[in-house]
Each structure stands twice: as structure tokens, then as C-alpha cells.
Design a protein around this ligand. Structure first.
Ligand SMILES: [Zn+2]
Length: 136
């Protein structure tokens, strides 16, 4: 019994350690080119990692990549041929602006709307920073 508890403690410590050192990683896009379109097939997975609404992310990408973006179920369809690096870079830019806390660099944040202002509120350290309310 005692050994079992020890084992659990050890396991628990190891799990904790992993959690602390784990970096926030945005999945790289998976996609394909179809005619003149670029399709991101794991778009909903990326948005759930970012914990942001797909519509918001799509709007940002549309603007940054100068392409029309349409959400089709799990996928995002962009009406231009785009390299995956370009899209990955823009998703990272989105995370830096709308997800990652500028104070503690953690991704445990939420967007708060107050009047016509939008704030990035950090659940880890409590910091609040204003961000662009509209992506247009
Ligand atoms: Zn923070």
C-alpha cells in the first residue's frame, strides 16, 4: 500500500514537472491547394488550441493574407494560393496579439469586450491589455 502511494506521488510529481516546462504550441496547419484556393483542414483544431472563435481567427487571416476566408465545417478555405509558412506565421501573429499574455507569456487568457474596447485578460496573472477591437 505504502509503495503504491509512493509511486503515485512520484508519478504526480513527474506530471507536474511536464506541465510547468511545457510550451504553448500552436498546431502547424495542415492543408492543401485546390485550384486557386488554399484549404486549411485542421482549422477548428487550431482555433480550439487558441481558444478563440473560428470567425475571429478567420477574419484576422483574411485581412493579413489579403484573401477571402470562408469557414466550411472544420476547414478554412482561402481564395488564394498561399504557402503554409505564410499562414503559420500569421496564426502565430494572431496568438501574439490576441492570445498570449504580454506580461507572463501564458496563453490562459480571454477576450473581454467593454463598450467598444476589447481587452486581453490573463487568467494566470490577472493582467489586462487593450487589443484591436476590430480586425478591419
Ligand atoms: Zn499573464
Amino acid at each position: 500500500m505504502e509503495r503504491y502511494k509512493e509511486l503515485l506521488d512520484k508519478l504526480y510529481k513527474e506530471v507536474k514537472k511536464v506541465e510547468v516546462s511545457e510550451r504553448f504550441e500552436i498546431p502547424k496547419i495542415e492543408g492543401m491547394i485546390e485550384g486557386s484556393k488554399t484549404i486549411v483542414t485542421n482549422f477548428s483544431q487550431i482555433c480550439s488550441t487558441l481558444r478563440r472563435k473560428p470567425e475571429h481567427v478567420a477574419k484576422f487571416l483574411s485581412r493579413e493574407l489579403a484573401a477571402q476566408a470562408t469557414i466550411e465545417a472544420e476547414r478554412l478555405v482561402l481564395n488564394r494560393r498561399l504557402g503554409s509558412k505564410m499562414i503559420n506565421d500569421k496564426i502565430e501573429a494572431y496568438a501574439n496579439e490576441f492570445v498570449i499574455c504580454p506580461e507572463c507569456k501564458k496563453p490562459d487568457t480571454e477576450l473581454l469586450k467593454e463598450g467598444k474596447f476589447l481587452f486581453l485578460h490573463c487568467l494566470a496573472c490577472g493582467a489586462k491589455h487593450s487589443v484591436r477591437a476590430k480586425i478591419v
